[in-house]
Design a protein around this ligand. Structure first.
Ligand code: GAL
Ligand code: CA
Length: 346
């Protein structure tokens, strides 16, 4: 055989092999990679949300499609998260789900994703509108902070109106403190403002004693609350907390100081985490506002699926073009069991 003949044999042979591989393909499940980057693994609400996300993706899988989720924790450092996103893109992720550390600083992540054409779903920590408009493959899944503040204010107003003993010193005013999440987070500033405004608008006279920042964290809240109790012994009647973990931390502080139940203020949280819902059932928290983690996780999973397969985008309901906001709901002792049930089914 001459040289040309040998080349043809090799080429035909490879073509045959390629065809053979092509025919095999339908039996091999397609793997898709979803990269998840979140701001801090010590955050209770986000851990519960991500558990639900993984469960729901698993349920959506079929024999033609298999998803692999790769999760990275930035431990509160934006630079670390930028590096993690780069690594996730290099590892071949088809979609990115990003819970920014600094919600005002997504540019580096957007640039990298755009360069490699990997769509981004931001979640829970909302980038500002201009950043969401930087590219048409950017989505956001979350909830409306104002709605949660209004609901917390309404829950507290109902409680105060129906329980005159909430005003323990009977001066006609409710002495309160606020435990706030991270400064600069949409859910911290807006929840506090709207909760207080809703209470005042409903005719309740308030007296703000103080506030403390506890970064969504139970242990930090316990510590800050101890300081507040020291500063205002027996004066605090209401604790408004931007989330459940901090409300529970405030309660921990009172328990540690051996306060009797009748001397306790009333506590309100937001989230309806597992521990938060239990505390509402046990009447330790007077109420909370359900931050629909299952709904948010489902929207993220459906959006990932639609971006990967190209199917189902029309069924998703967007606001502001590419944002999905799930509604909050009020939780009290009367309906807490419904939410516990919801939380136990992904
Ligand atoms: C809020 C939630 C907080 C915390 C925070 C993190 O929506 O209520 O508990 O998880 O997000 O960004
Ligand atoms: Ca009072």
């Amino acid at each position: 055989m001459n040289k040309l003949g040998a080349v043809w044999t090799v080429l035909l042979g490879s073509a045959f092999l390629l065809c053979a591989c092509g025919e095999e393909q339908p039996d091999v499940p397609d793997k898709s990679y979803i990269g998840v980057a979140y701001y801090n693994q010590s955050d209770t609400f986000l851990n519960e949300l991500l558990d639900s996300f993984k469960e729901q993706l698993k349920e959506m899988q079929n024999e033609d499609m298999d998803t692999v989720v790769m999760v990275r924790d930035a431990a509160g450092v934006q630079r670390t998260q930028d590096d993690q996103v780069k690594e996730l893109i290099n590892a071949g992720c088809d979609v990115l789900c990003v819970n920014l550390v600094d919600r005002a600083d997504p540019s580096e992540i957007i640039d990298m994703a755009r360069e490699h054409e990997v769509p981004i779903i931001f979640f829970n920590r909302e980038p500002v509108a201009e950043d969401l408009m930087q590219w048409d493959q950017i989505y956001y899944v979350g909830a409306d902070a104002e709605e949660s503040g209004v609901m917390q204010g309404e829950l507290a107003a109902d409680m105060i109106k129906n329980n005159s003993q909430t005003d323990r010193n009977r001066d006609g005013k409710i002495q309160y403190v606020v435990l706030e999440g991270e400064p600069g987070h949409q859910d911290a500033i807006i929840r506090t403002e709207t909760a207080v405004k809703t209470l005042t608008d409903s005719g309740i006279e308030l007296e703000k004693l103080s506030y403390q920042i506890a970064n969504w964290n139970r242990a930090q809240a316990e510590n800050r609350m101890e300081q507040l109790i020291g500063q205002y012994p027996n004066q605090i009647e209401l604790v408004l907390s931007n989330n459940d973990d901090m409300a529970l931390g405030a309660m921990d502080a009172y328990k540690k100081l051996n306060y009797t139940e009748t001397a306790l203020p009333v506590f309100f949280g937001i989230d309806g985490t597992d521990a938060g819902l239990e505390a509402v059932m046990d009447s330790e928290l007077a109420g909370t506002v359900y931050n629909d983690k299952e709904g948010q996780a489902k929207a993220m999973a459906e959006l990932c699926w639609a971006l990967i397969t190209g199917d189902g985008m029309e069924e998703l309901e967007f606001q502001k073009e590419r944002c999905i906001y799930l509604p909050y709901a009020k939780v009290t002792e009367e309906n807490a069991d419904e939410f516990i049930a919801r939380s136990n089914t992904p």
